[in-house]
Design a protein around this ligand. Structure first.
Ligand code: FES
Ligand SMILES: [Fe+2]
Length: 427
């Protein structure tokens, strides 16, 4: 009997093993399809991930630690230059919309402020000062959204999210008339919650408009990228006015990746990108916060054969937000870019890509390509100094024009970088 069973098992085992292998391969294929084709892309790069490839050694945690040390050294020893003010006036993205479910609160520290960003049950996002005026607790850390109010975790005081007024003190008979927390002007569009920041306390002079195709759901969210960058905010949008850098750092093939040294290597030279660009600020009254860059891009094989072409219209909307409308043979797509100064010389940049359903698989690839090109810029920004008197040739004229345009976002009381930390021996 036992012998018969063993014989049967021996007969079945190879078939079962094959079945298992097939099932595992099918599961792996399904996972890869879901991970890379169906789920929106989520591409994140930390401060030491870009522009520090030269800090080598044995791969793994050791390299990460060494790179973190080098980042600290670069930040401490760099000559920053005669910087413009560090926080311009305008709309700044504090959070991505889907990071803020209804009934929740998040803490955001940026532009030298600390905010409680919350969403009430009706779906509206609000921005309040994070610190409770009672005894200074950070209401976004351990606090809760109760109806229209934010409740402080320390003693339970509640503040109305619509006007910042204190609505309840749980252990007092009377709510002090004057008790309130500062409420900041905010809006939500194109996947981001924005705050209006103005050094003189002036109200918004323009709005971030919703892109109709995104608001109507015709273009789908297909991915995001996120970077931390060691630079002054102005360096990032200034790329738009800097036409000459395109055919330098963005010419080598995408296949070479985001590292400038590697990108120039011989194996990748068969493919190159060719760019033509024009930048202009808008001058009509009420539209001076806008500037447009037109880009024509071609990918050429062996310097001649055109394998891909794309037109891009990049709309700079204020000091920290850009919409890039990309027109390819396959159709139109949108990449939005939001820059948030976390510190005077530390920027978080988030990109979202939106596309019609038929380009749902193409859009993440496009965002990844854009991320590779963007990393080449970051490699420069992470190490450069701000040159307030650049040595320019006639062909560089849009750099100066861009600086003039951008200077409208600074005002008398715009915060300036303190040089104390650079000169101090206290480290
Ligand atoms: S510190 Fe917020 S209620 Fe006391
Ligand atoms: Fe660039």
């Amino acid at each position: 009997m036992a012998a018969a069973a063993a014989a049967q098992l021996a007969h079945l085992a190879p078939v079962d093993a094959l079945g298992w292998v097939q099932a595992l391969l099918a599961a792996a294929a399904l996972f890869l399809v879901y991970r890379y084709l169906i789920r929106p892309l989520d591409y994140r790069r930390d401060l030491s991930d870009v522009g520090f490839g030269h800090v080598g050694g044995v791969a793994g945690a050791g390299v990460r630690h060494r790179r973190a040390d080098v980042v600290r050294d670069v930040r401490r020893r760099r000559r920053v230059g005669a910087l413009p003010p560090v926080y311009p006036n305008g709309w700044f993205a504090l959070l991505e919309s889907d990071a803020l479910p209804a009934g929740e609160v998040r803490h955001v520290a940026a532009l030298g402020e600390n905010w409680a960003v919350l969403r009430t049950a009706d779906g509206q996002a609000h921005v309040l000062d994070a610190y409770c005026p009672h005894l200074g607790a950070n209401m976004a850390v351990g606090g809760a959204v109760r109806g229209d109010c934010l409740e402080c975790p320390f003693h339970g005081w509640r503040f109305n999210a619509h006007d910042g007024r204190c609505a309840a003190v749980p252990y007092a008979d009377k709510v002090p008339e004057f008790a309130r927390v500062k409420r900041w002007e905010s809006c939500e569009a194109n996947g981001f919650v924005f705050v209006w920041y103005h050094a003189e306390g002036e109200p918004p002079s323009w709005q971030v408009e919703a892109v109709p195709q995104v608001a109507r759901g015709e273009w789908l969210f297909r991915g995001r990228s996120e970077f931390l960058i060691n630079s002054h905010i102005q360096e990032i949008p200034e790329n738009g006015g800097d036409v000459a850098h395109l055919n330098a750092i963005h010419a080598p093939s995408l296949l070479g990746g985001g590292d400038l040294v590697r990108a120039q290597k011989l194996p990748f030279r068969f493919l190159r990108h060719v760019w033509a660009a024009a930048w202009a600020a808008q001058t009509e009254p009420g539209r001076t916060h806008l500037a447009t860059m037109h880009l024509q891009h071609e990918t050429r094989l062996l310097g001649k054969v055109r394998v891909l072409a794309m037109d891009v219209r990049a709309e700079q909307i204020g000091p920290a937000y850009v919409e890039m409308y990309l027109r390819s043979a396959l159709g139109d797509l949108l990449i939005v870019q939001a820059v948030t100064p976390l510190e005077p010389l530390l920027q978080r940049v988030v990109h979202h890509v939106y596309a019609p359903p038929r380009l749902a698989l193409f859009a993440p690839l496009l965002l990844l390509s854009e991320a590779i090109m963007f990393e080449r810029d970051i490699m420069v920004w992470n190490h450069k100094k701000y040159e307030d008197k650049p040595l320019l040739v006639r062909e560089d004229k849009t750099i100066q024009r861009h600086r003039r345009w951008y200077s409208q976002f600074y005002s008398e009381n715009s915060p300036r970088h303190s040089f104390v930390s650079q000169n101090s021996l206290d480290w």
